[in-house]
Design a binder for this molecule. Structure first.
Ligand SMILES: [Zn+2]
Length: 333
């Protein structure tokens, strides 16, 4: 590594999909490991090739398919955490999808074996480098797989609690099913002590966030940026102390907003809503947690101390035990 310089502001990341975190260098290595050719989806400079949302999903699937063994997941987790550490990020929460890896013939246990190994390697390295990092995992159900599949995911995760799995969430295609349809799955996870988040208010409007708050035991919303369109909802987010996992470059790359200047992050903050900054599927959007912070800082001209408030709010909303949280907050102070 990769140890950040003394000037680097400390960062934390709450919203990143593990397959979407795969850096092109690593993907090229894994493709070679499995004898797969990804030339149609990667430029020589290592960036990914896609132009519209359908195309993005196709590219994403092709990349995700080369990450298909516990060893691959270990390498990916280690690689991403060390890249984050090099940018000053000392806490990361990953989304994991058992339904995704099942398609590749991997079980949930295989997945946890891989990511735990990768985390331990990165953690050991970070301790040796004098910049200790922490990470946790949020197991997600996929909305387009339907409510029954979601219950199975929740049951599998809660049947065998894992110390690094501290959250339950939902991603996938927002156009299918309602948030309410997944209330039974979330209830199972929540009753077992997992903290919850769901994607809403991204492609879906403010109503999708209202639906999530009405029916799911969530303390955070993935994205939630379109809440800005509804003043009553903003009040509710404030009153219910909900934290938004905002991923600006993802929203811009996927066409929700034309530029950072028109992105609602600042408006959400002005409305008193708790916001954090994450990178979602960073290399697909030519981004990283460091770049997310840097671009927003250039846009606003805020000081590093002001920017570190994003990190503080991330740690306060993190799905982590109080003792670890207090330790991370002390390092920030
Ligand atoms: Zn996401």
């Amino acid at each position: 590594m990769m140890k950040p310089t003394g000037q680097t502001l400390l960062k934390a990341e709450l919203h990143v999909h593990i397959e979407g975190a795969a850096h092109p260098e690593l993907v090229a290595r894994l493709a070679a490991r499995h004898g797969k050719n990804l030339d149609a989806f990667m430029r020589k400079d290592g960036s990914y090739i896609w132009s519209d949302f359908t195309n993005f999903l196709e590219c994403y699937d092709q990349v995700a398919d080369v990450i298909c063994t516990p060893e691959d997941y270990a390498d990916l987790t280690e690689d991403y955490l060390l890249r984050n550490a090099a940018e000053g990020c000392f806490y990361t929460e990953f989304f994991l999808s058992p339904d995704h890896v099942a398609r590749l013939g991997m079980s949930y246990d295989n997945l946890m074996e891989g990511v735990s190994e990768g985390y331990q390697r990165a953690r050991t390295r970070s301790l040796a480098d004098g910049f200790p990092i922490e990470a946790r995992f949020i197991v997600t159900c996929l909305r387009h797989m339907g409510p029954e599949a979601a219950i199975k995911v929740a049951e599998r995760v809660t049947a065998k609690p894992h110390p690094l799995v501290t959250g339950f969430g939902m991603g996938g295609d927002e156009r299918l099913f309602s948030q309410q349809a997944f209330a039974p799955a979330f209830a199972i996870a929540h009753q077992a002590g997992l903290q919850c988040t769901t994607h809403a208010g991204e492609f879906g409007g403010p109503q999708s966030v209202i639906d999530a708050l009405d029916h799911l035991p969530v303390t955070r919303i993935g994205h939630g940026v379109r809440s800005v369109e509804d003043p009553d909802l903003l009040k509710r987010l404030r009153n219910e102390d909900i934290t938004l996992e905002v991923c600006p470059q993802s929203n811009i790359a996927l066409g929700l907003y034309p530029s950072l200047a028109e992105h609602p992050l600042e408006s959400l903050m002005q409305a008193g809503v708790k916001t954090t900054i994450s990178s979602d599927d960073p290399p697909f959007f030519a981004s990283s947690i460091g770049r997310e912070y840097d671009l927003f800082q250039s846009q606003t001209g805020w000081s590093s101390q002001e920017m570190e408030q994003f990190t503080r709010r991330s740690l306060e909303a993190a799905f982590i035990d109080d003792e670890t949280r207090a330790g991370l907050l002390r390092r920030l102070a």
